[in-house]
Design a binder for this molecule. Sequence first.
Ligand code: ACO
Length: 335
Amino acid sequence: MKELDIGMAITGCGSATPKQIMTNNDISHLVDTSDEWIYTRTGIKERRLATNNLSLSDLSAEAAVKGIAMAGLSPSDIDLIILATSTADDLFGSASKIQNILKAENAVAFDLTAACSGFVFGLITAAQFIYSGVYQKVLVIGGDMLSRWVNWSDRTTCVLFGDGAGAVVCQRTTKNNHLLGFAMYSDGKQNQSLNLAYNFQAKFLKNGMVVNQGNYQFLTMKGKEIYRFAIEKVPEVIENALSKAELTVDDIDWLILHQANQRIINAVAKKLKIPSEKVISNVSKYGNTSAASIPLALDEAVRSGKIKSGNIVASSGFGAGLTWGAVIFRWSIEV
Ligand code: ACO
């Protein structure tokens, strides 16, 4: 990517997960499955699930507070809040509610929906606002509670997902652009592979007219199709983002993929010839937290001291839509 007068740095990160833990053994009391099946097929051991008194907005705000503190800012410094989610508390969106919880009174806030690619798409969107000079301090949150929409009687899906939130603060910098390259794609032809669809239902009104008032169905997924899609497209999109950054795979210090399945993570790393020591994974603890999974993994890796200032991170999200994207960035909390 060409040198810009204005660049972007990620200056803080934070994450939050519900306290309630559901292990694979706990799930085996719900559906016909086992710890052995789940772990060998997915790498997942347990996941966190929100109880009825925890909203997505509250969990996301908790992650955001930590990210804003790491950036050394206060909520009133934030210009823009992008909430990447598919499971907002309100169909009209939850970003404004988070703005209110944070008391980020100077920020405009909106939701962005791109399933498990949501965080990567949100980060790229934030960069465009920063490059254009419109906003200087942007909070990007990836938060999802798919436990609300999973059929807890369907063993092919309920074992995979968990709830969580992660956030980063992106800031304008005139020194170096730390977002080194990106690429993003959609393919609606494969839309039927992974859905949380609205069920159309005719409702006849007293005046004889008809409106459509149905409800949302549970999440449905053609697992093998998604698996094949991920293994094919994720290495490609990372290579594409790397070439825009004028970097090669050897320049990557850390790979953080959407945490859907350890087998997908391993297969992508193998295809790209990235050694396992450079691969960040926490899928065993949280399952697939959709838009939250990348910032959650990033936050844990930064706070544990794995990712250090100056390290180059390649990250890729993929999922429903179908959508997929990648970002290459330098971790640096210096503006
Ligand atoms: N426990 C025990 N047995 C099970 C379970 C379960 N939880 N689920 C399915 N099975 C059975 C099946 O019924 C099948 O039995 P059969 O052979 O008698 O018919 C057998 O196990 C194998 O099932 P497959 O579906 O072939 O298993 P597969 O190896 O493909 O693994 C999985 C399934 C883990 C879902 C895999 O396909 C996968 O990871 N796909 C990608 C999913 C993904 O990453 N989705 C998230 C996308 S991100 C987003 O946007 C939300």
